[in-house]
Design a protein around this ligand. Structure first.
Ligand code: ATP
Ligand code: MG
Length: 209
């Protein structure tokens, strides 16, 4: 899969990690823009595993998030999807993602793509020195978040066309019966409807008020 680089040149592989609950056009535009500017041969989307600890919200099952990511990226010959994080038990750490991808694709030069909000957290990550060694980091703009480069020259910053879309907003829209057309790819709109994702749970036992 992916494109063959010119002879003698290393494969340049973008890595776009995310919960993708659901994947939306902000993710896709960011990946596409980084690919164009950095001359990437391929961008691999890596949905996170299921959190083992109940966090502040329930994350949709990994298989749904994986399939939506496949649907959203299927038409782009340079976009692929990896199961490394959803097949690895336990919580997803970016260091494990990069180690696994490095092992699977030893020939590739890795470019980790991350939005401004996630970029701000990287400073607090453990093993960050190994992170820098495994991949080049590309921070992209995101409306409502300031982009800091952490003062490192192995971190690049890129302004992408601002897309004020978040998965949180998409989930809330679906829950309130508002459309998500054109915020997420058409196939993802249909997948959400087909599986009734993000709808308030209506258990049969509940008596309507
Ligand atoms: P949630 O609202 O559930 O946190 P999200 O929209 O932030 O979802 P994630 O799956 O958490 O989506 O994000 C994956 C990666 O994509 C992160 O690095 C995030 O910063 C980046 N990203 C998400 N939305 C955008 C956007 N609109 N523009 C640029 N980058 C984005
Ligand atoms: Mg997020």
């Amino acid at each position: 899969l992916g494109h063959k680089p010119a002879a003698g040149r290393k494969v340049r592989l973008g890595v776009m990690g995310g919960t993708f609950d659901p994947i939306h056009h902000g993710h896709l535009v960011a990946a596409s823009e980084v690919a164009a500017v950095f001359g990437l041969d391929e961008v691999v989307f890596v949905p996170t595993g299921e959190p083992w600890q109940k966090s502040h919200r329930e994350v949709s099952p990994a298989e749904h998030r994986y399939l939506m990511t496949v649907i959203a990226t299927a038409s782009n010959p340079r976009f692929t999807v990896s199961r490394v994080d959803i097949d690895r038990p336990g919580r997803t750490y970016t260091i494990d993602t990069l180690r696994d991808l490095r092992a699977a694709r030893p020939e590739a030069e890795l470019f980790f793509i991350t939005g401004a909000d996630a970029m701000a957290q990287i400073v607090s990550w453990k093993d960050k020195d190994e992170l820098w060694a495994l991949a080049h980091f590309v921070g992209v703009t995101r409306p409502g978040h300031v982009l800091h480069n952490l003062g490192r020259d192995d971190v690049s910053l890129l302004e992408v066309p601002a897309m004020a879309i978040s998965s949180t907003d998409c989930r809330e829209r679906v829950a309130h019966d508002h459309p998500v057309w054109y915020l997420v790819p058409d196939g993802v709109v249909q997948y959400i409807a087909k599986h009734r994702l993000y709808r308030p749970v209506t258990s049969g036992a509940e008596v309507p008020a």
